[in-house]
Design a protein around this ligand. Structure first.
Ligand SMILES: Cc1cc2nc3c(=O)[nH]c(=O)nc-3n(C[C@H](O)[C@H](O)[C@H](O)COP(=O)(O)OP(=O)(O)OC[C@H]3O[C@@H](n4cnc5c(N)ncnc54)[C@H](O)[C@@H]3O)c2cc1C
Length: 400
């Protein structure tokens, strides 16, 4: 009999498996219905020998030293600062919008202060910001909203920004400086041998048994365990009893080209033309040198693997019902992006799992354990409180 059965071998499940096996000597079975570990972060060498991300580009960035230190046990890092350009009016312009974006687009030569004045002159003030449209229009006005945000959001979500929670576009900053990095986190790096290799090292423990190509639903009546950790979709766990939680999906079209470079940036966004939203060229991310290059196109769609929870009030209400059912099960723990119906970045999921581990192990980090770098996250006791996890990550960043 296993101490823990963990459903899902992505960040949520694998971090927990490693912690439980290493720290508590627990016997762990980790199950995934895919034919590989690493969840959506899975990467592999394609037929040309180029390292690509099967489920779209995954860029690691975090403000949490604890998360970064924890993952550093299983990988070295390649420093990498992500940069994105957007194809607008026939030009490639830096995204997020910054001083250079505006100067290039309008043929101006504004300094940072003048950019702020410019933005204030075009912004349309809004007293009660509710939607994604309100967020952007109140900061950069309607023209920039139309050119950079509106159509991209419509493609991505099949919803107008006026129908989406403010949080969606609030994630994308607007800068008055010339900083063209996509992220500004303290730690920005890629695992030097790739994500899958990092997961292999994480799960390389005699107490961890991995079962791939196996759906939980097919084995749930046959396996015995003390406790279960579920990182799949929470509505699926409860047989969709309140109905399906809506997700947006993606189709990925991978291509390899017989030339060294395909485009001038790691990612080019296409807000206004084409059915795809963006094109990623992997060699920028991995630093690999190769005479060919591999890219991926992302086509948003309604059907397919669940990727993005759709942030609308009615969906949050539906999730709250499943959450209440989940909390009523003392021996089943729900962790990760799908089980908590929230778009988390990788570092947030790692933090969430480290937090859950503290709860499961029934102990708080001690001074000696911390210095030995074994207990890594100082955590709130209500382990799965997403808002508190996010806040603690933000605070770490601002304290830096
Ligand atoms: C296109 C895209 C790009 C992204 N880019 C970034 C990025 O640049 N940076 C970043 O930080 N984050 C990024 N993310 C988010 C990142 O993918 C997630 O934070 C992370 O993968 C979440 O890990 P997880 O373990 O919760 O879920 P997942 O990685 O989805 O793992 C869950 C696993 O559970 C398995 N599973 C589900 N149900 C069952 C079942 N019934 N039986 C057996 N197995 C089951 C699934 O097969 C899956 O492997 C991106 C996400 C997407 C979709």
């Amino acid at each position: 009999m296993f101490d823990y059965v963990i459903i899902g071998a992505g960040f949520a499940g694998s971090v927990l498996a490693e912690r439980l096996a290493t720290e508590m000597n627990a016997r762990v079975l980790i199950v995934d219905r895919r034919n590989h570990i690493a969840g959506n972060a899975y990467d592999y060498y394609n037929e040309a020998g180029i390292l690509v991300h099967k489920y779209g580009p995954h860029i690691f960035h975090t403000n949490s030293e604890k998360v970064f230190t924890y993952l550093s046990r299983f990988t070295g890092w390649r420093p990498y600062e992500h940069r994105v350009q957007a194809s607008v009016d026939g030009q490639l312009l830096p995204m997020p919008i910054n001083a250079d974006t505006l100067n290039k687009m309008y043929g101006l030569n504004l300094n940072c202060l003048q950019v702020e004045e410019f933005l204030q002159s075009v912004a349309e003030p809004c007293d009660n910001i509710k939607t994604s449209e309100d967020v952007v229009v109140s900061r950069v006005g309607r023209e920039l909203y139309e050119k950079f945000f509106r159509n991209y959001t419509r493609k991505q979500w099949d919803l107008d920004p006026s129908e989406l929670d403010a949080a969606v576009t609030a994630r994308v900053p607007i800068r008055t400086s010339r900083d063209d990095r996509y992220f500004t986190d303290r730690f920005q790096a890629m695992p030097v041998e790739g994500y899958t290799r990092m997961f292999e090292k994480m799960l390389d423990h005699p107490n961890i048994h991995i079962m791939l190509n196996t759906d939980y639903n097919d084995i749930k009546d046959e396996i015995s365990f003390r406790e279960l950790v579920f990182t799949g979709p929470v509505d699926e766990y409860f047989d969709f009893c309140y109905g399906k939680l809506p997700y947006r999906s993606l189709q990925f079209e991978h291509q390899t080209h017989d030339r060294e470079q395909f485009q001038p940036a790691a990612v080019v966004n296409y807000p206004n033309e084409h059915a795809y939203t963006r094109v990623t060229e992997f060699k920028y991310l991995t630093g690999q040198e190769h005479k060919k290059t591999s890219i991926v196109y992302e086509y948003p769609c309604a059907e397919g693997d669940p990727y993005y929870p759709i942030p609308q009030p009615q969906n949050a209400e539906l999730y709250a019902k499943y959450k209440a059912m989940a909390e009523a099960l003392p021996d089943v723990h729900f962790a990760g992006r799908l089980a908590t119906y929230k778009y988390y970045n990788m570092d947030q999921v790692v933090a969430q799992s480290l937090t859950l581990f503290q709860k499961l192990s029934g102990r708080r980090p001690t001074r000696s354990a911390q210095s030995a770098k074994t207990a890594l996250v100082a955590v709130p006791s209500t382990a799965l409180d997403a808002a508190r996890i996010e806040k603690s990550l933000e605070q770490e960043g601002s304290a830096a």
